[in-house]
Structure formats: structure tokens, C-alpha cells
Ligand binder design. Structure first.
Ligand code: NAP
Length: 462
């Protein structure tokens, strides 16, 4: 076989694609980290700096030149400089004409300036093609390689070709570009890194408010009431007993609040006879943070489990058991027969609690992006809806079996206040009852039709 045979040619390694030089203005933290990553990905990098003696941290394989010299060497220039220092770029307008300028800057406050930094850059250098990108990636993540949580790079710009060039670089770095449209989107992109847990605000403030309310409620019933009427000091309940009442109550109430907007939305759609009208804003926002509400509820359930596990080693509990045994010995000197109905109740609420907690954890796990990304939409809905309602039923039953016996006992209504378990059942029971009613075919069928696009009073004639 000849050496020039086509088989041999096919096995020969392909020549690596020559990457275009990328220029970075600024040898600060971000410029260096991005430069390092670009060099690793095969891009020749040239830095434009004020200093001809750059820091030793600048990647060895990169050239450091003046801004003008560096800009002349590349078609793409990444501006790794804070916005307040952009003004010097006007003096480079000639050399930057036609170049792709990548604005990566962030601000300290949301909507800090009337226009986005990228639009400001475009005003300063009108001849350049400005693209916004990379601002949601941190220098630390770039350098340490821990980009798992932030692989997405939002890109926007008015010049499609310039945007494509930047998106190619993003992909070459192993990141995922997400086209957000024109430069008008830059302000929104610049606001992303400044948002502090936007979806968590409502769940956290709500749970904080409810925690304070339920805690005070329990202190009144369990500490102040016995002190006023019996002069007994149960203030130590504040450490374990009361938190162990507040946590399950919050977990159940918040879990109910996860499913309440769903049934409210169903009622609204049934009343309106269409799904094509927007829900009120508060309902939209509530629906958007259901996952966060559920995770906060799960956190309270976990703390409840921990508190419950320490019950047997509590001094008060050991004292009470010892006291009961000695009182029994002194009064009758024999053990009482086993009350099987009590044993049934106790075992039942424990079993319901264990099962409820198991499904609760399962729900929490399936809401993790890595898990939810690996199931299809139907599987995800099955877990979040069917298993979610099963969890709600089990946890509600757990509370009912545990506290139900006190509901009809007048002495448990101290100062006419219902026991806390009763309060915790209001939301979940309301949700379960409405959900049960909505299952009836006379409501379920029209609701299914509405969700498939049917309208009672169509706005557009066919
Ligand atoms: P930095 O460490 O302060 O570096 C900024 C660089 O800008 C300096 O090293 C300097 O480079 C240059 N510079 C400073 N003053 C200048 C002036 N008056 N005129 C011209 N150049 C000047 O900042 P950084 O953390 O690298 O951030 C750079 C940009 O990236 C910022 O807009 C920031 O919002 C954005 N960003 C940063 C991160 C991050 O994790 N750090 C993440 C996303 C976005 P020379 O000395 O070489 O000229």
C-alpha cells in the first residue's frame, strides 16, 4: 500500500484550528482570570495596560502592551476595567472603530446609572460593536475552575456577527452562552449578580413572621399560662419543647402554602372559564416561589426530626417517666395493663410522620436542578404534584392523629385559644378539601378543557 493512501490520510490528526488573538484591557483580577482561561483554551492573549511593568500574576504566555498597541492586535477587546474608568476609551476611538468591545462590568447597586454600562460604552466609542457578556461569571470561579453553578453566560448586543464571535469564545471556554437579545437587555443582565435571593425573599420573610407568631403563641400557652394559674415555672420549654412545636407547625403550614396557590389558580380559571387571562400579580409571584417555600418547609421538618430524636435524653422527660413509675408503685404497687388503643395512636402518628418526612425529603431531592434535569416533564409533575399531595396528606394525618385527641377537650383551650396543632391544620386541611372537591368530574373535566385552551366565552370567533 502506498504511503499516500487515503486510509492513512483519514487517520492523520486534524490540524488544530488557529484561534484569533483576544485583547483584554486591564490586568486586574478578572482580566487575569479570563486571560488565563483563554490561553488554556488556545487563544493568544494580549493585555492592554497602563503599566509597562505588569504584575507577576499576569499569565506568562500573554503579551502586555499599551492600550493602543494591544487593541491593534485583535478584533475582540474585552474591557476588564470598572465603568468609572471608561472615559479614557474616547481617546482610543480611532483604533477601536469596527472592533468588538466586550463589556463585562458590574455595578454596586441595582439600576445604579440611568443607562447600562454596555450602553454607556457604546456611547463613548460609537464606532465599536459593543457586546455584553461574562458579567455573571466571577474571577474566582474562572480561576478555580468551579464553574458548575455558573456555566451560563448571558450575552446581548446589537451586532449579530459581533455577538456570534463572543458566543464562540464563550463556548470555547466550556461555558454556555445564552442570547438575551439587543443591548437593551444589558441593564437586566447587569442587575442579575446584584440580586440577593430574589425568589427566597417572600418564603424567608413569611416563615420568619410565622415563626415569631407561633413562638409567642406557644410561650403564652405553655409558659405564661401555667405560671399565671399554677405558679409553675416551665420557662425551660423555650429551649426544646416550644421549638419542637413551632417547627412542625411551620413545616405543615408552609407545605400547605406550597399547594394553596395551585388550587386558587384552578378556582380562578374555573370561574373565568379561560386560562388566557393573567392571574393577579400576587398569585403569580406566589406560584413562582413555591419551590423555595417547600424547601423552607423541609428545613423546618428536618429540625423537628432532630428535636424529636433528643426527647428521650431530656432531663424533664426522664424526670416525668421516673415520677410516673414511682407514683404507680406507691399508689397500687402494680403495673397498669397496656392500653392498646393508646399504643395504636402513638405508633400510627409516628409511622405517618416517618412516611411523611420520607416523601418530603424525596420532594426536596427532586427539586434539585441536577435531579429535575434528569427527569422528563411528566415525571417531574408526578413527583411534585402526586407525591407532593401524598406528603401533605401524610403530614396532616400525622398532626391530626397526634393532636386530634385534644381538640374536643375544653381544658386544652387555654384563654380560649385553640391548641397550636389546630392552627397548623387550617391551611393544609383547606387545601386538601378544595383539592378533593376539584377532583369531581363535574369540575375536573371543565378545568382540564380550560387548561387545554377551551374558553367559555371565546374572544375570537373561529
Ligand atoms: P480590578 O481588579 O480593580 O482591575 C481593574 C483593572 O482596570 C486594573 O487592574 C487596571 O489595569 C485597570 N484600571 C484601573 N484604573 C484604571 C484607569 N483609571 N484607567 C484605565 N484602566 C484602569 O477589577 P476586576 O475585579 O478585575 O474587575 C474588572 C471588571 O470586571 C469590572 O468592571 C467588574 O465589574 C467586572 N467583573 C469582575 C468580576 C470579578 O469577579 N472580579 C466578575 C464579573 C465582572 P491596569 O493596571 O493593567 O491598567
Amino acid at each position: 500500500m502506498s504511503k499516500n493512501s487515503s486510509n492513512i490520510m483519514a487517520l492523520a490528526p486534524a490540524a488544530p484550528n488557529k484561534r484569533e488573538t483576544v485583547c483584554i484591557f486591564g490586568t486586574g483580577d478578572f482580566g487575569r482570570a479570563l486571560g488565563h482561561k483563554l490561553i488554556q483554551s488556545g487563544y493568544p492573549v494580549v493585555f492592554g495596560s497602563r503599566s509597562s511593568h505588569p504584575s507577576s500574576l499576569v499569565p506568562k504566555d500573554a503579551e502586555v502592551l499599551s492600550h493602543v498597541e494591544a487593541a491593534q492586535k485583535a478584533a475582540i477587546i474585552i474591557i476588564a476595567i470598572q465603568r468609572q474608568h471608561y472615559s479614557f476609551l474616547t481617546s482610543l476611538a480611532d483604533v477601536l472603530r469596527g472592533k468588538v468591545l466586550v463589556d463585562i462590568s458590574n455595578n454596586l447597586k441595582i439600576n445604579q446609572y440611568p443607562e447600562s454600562n454596555a450602553e454607556y460604552l457604546a456611547q463613548l466609542v460609537p464606532g465599536a460593536r459593543v457586546v455584553k457578556a461574562f458579567n455573571t461569571v466571577s474571577a474566582w470561579a474562572l480561576q478555580s475552575g468551579t464553574l458548575d453553578a455558573s456555566r451560563q453566560v448571558f450575552v446581548c448586543g446589537d451586532d449579530a456577527e459581533a455577538k456570534k464571535m463572543v458566543m464562540d469564545i464563550v463556548r470555547a471556554l466550556g461555558l454556555t452562552p445564552l442570547d438575551k437579545g439587543s443591548l437593551l437587555a444589558a441593564q437586566e443582565i447587569e442587575n442579575y449578580p446584584l440580586q440577593l435571593f430574589p425568589m427566597w425573599k417572600f418564603p424567608i420573610f413569611l416563615s420568619l413572621g410565622l415563626t415569631v407568631f407561633f413562638f409567642i403563641y406557644c410561650v403564652v400557652l405553655n409558659v405564661i399560662y401555667p405560671y399565671v394559674y399554677e405558679k409553675k415555672d416551665f420557662s425551660f420549654f423555650i429551649a426544646i419543647s416550644i421549638p419542637n412545636q413551632v417547627c412542625p407547625v411551620l413545616a405543615l403550614t408552609l407545605l400547605g402554602l406550597v399547594y394553596l396557590p395551585g388550587v386558587l389558580a384552578a378556582i380562578i380559571q374555573l370561574c373565568r372559564g379561560t386560562k388566557y387571562r393573567r392571574f393577579p400579580d400576587w398569585l403569580d409571584k406566589w406560584m413562582l416561589c413555591r419551590k423555595q417555600l417547600g424547601l423552607v418547609a423541609l428545613a423546618f421538618a428536618c429540625v423537628h426530626v432532630l428535636y424529636t430524636l433528643v426527647i428521650p435524653i431530656r432531663s424533664f422527660v426522664r424526670w416525668r417517666i421516673g415520677n410516673q413509675i414511682i407514683s404507680q408503685v406507691l399508689s397500687s404497687n402494680k403495673t397498669q395493663p397496656l392500653d392498646t388503643s393508646k399504643a395504636w395512636i402513638s405508633d400510627s402518628y409516628l409511622a405517618l410522620g416517618i412516611l411523611g418526612f420520607f416523601f418530603f425529603v424525596l420532594l426536596g431531592i427532586t427539586s434539585l436542578p441536577s435531579v429535575s434535569n434528569s427527569v422528563n416533564w411528566r415525571e417531574f409533575r408526578f413527583v411534585q404534584s402526586k407525591l407532593g399531595y401524598l406528603t401533605l396528606v401524610l403530614c396532616t394525618a400525622h398532626t391530626l392523629v397526634y393532636g386530634g385527641k385534644w381538640f374536643l377537650v375544653p381544658s386544652s383551650y387555654k384563654w380560649y385559644l385553640p391548641p397550636i396543632y389546630m392552627l397548623s391544620l387550617i391551611v393544609p386541611c383547606a387545601v386538601l378539601v378544595v383539592k378533593f372537591v376539584l377532583i369531581f368530574p363535574c369540575l375536573d373535566n371543565p378545568l382540564t378543557q380550560i387548561r387545554q385552551g377551551w374558553e367559555r366565552n371565546p374572544r375570537y370567533s373561529q
